[in-house]
Design a protein around this ligand. Sequence first.
Ligand SMILES: [Zn+2]
Ligand SMILES: [Zn+2]
Length: 175
Amino acid sequence: MKNIRVAATIRNSIAHHDVNISVEQVKVVFAGLLGFIVEFSRRQLQIEISSIISDSLWAEAIAIDRYASELCRRAEKQIADEGITPQSLITCIKCWHDTYVDKPGFERCFLCGFDEPTTVCQECGIGMFKSESHLAYYGKWRVGRDNNKYEEWYPDLCDRCYDDFLEKGIKPLRE
Ligand SMILES: [Zn+2]
Ligand SMILES: [Zn+2]
């Protein structure tokens, strides 16, 4: 299901001329889909994909698969070499592999190179990538004990907390 959803997202971004994914990222995602469709067709439909498409197309597909496998192998080695533990790994939103290192000083996907910083929803504490967060305006808040010092507060919110904010207003003021 994840493979299909990722493919649909990329297809839609291409259809809407709004592609912000690199060639490496597309190849890695393609390799994941290829593995899935070959396996699914073989097991559920008793069809060998390699026998129903042209040799040249199949050769191209295999080349992309090899390229992605090599990238995966290197990423895994680099993750091990850096001593990165599974707790620091999250799913990359570009290549959908669990190879994004969410650790100060790294903050990038070792597989596809995606390097957007992560953030935390300031209401519920869920982690997300910066582009997945919504910036809400919470108004002016006094800083410390100084009556004249104010700060504009723009917390990062996740989808759910942002919808809640739009519907019901600023959460800290409701409690
Ligand atoms: Zn990635
Ligand atoms: Zn939240």
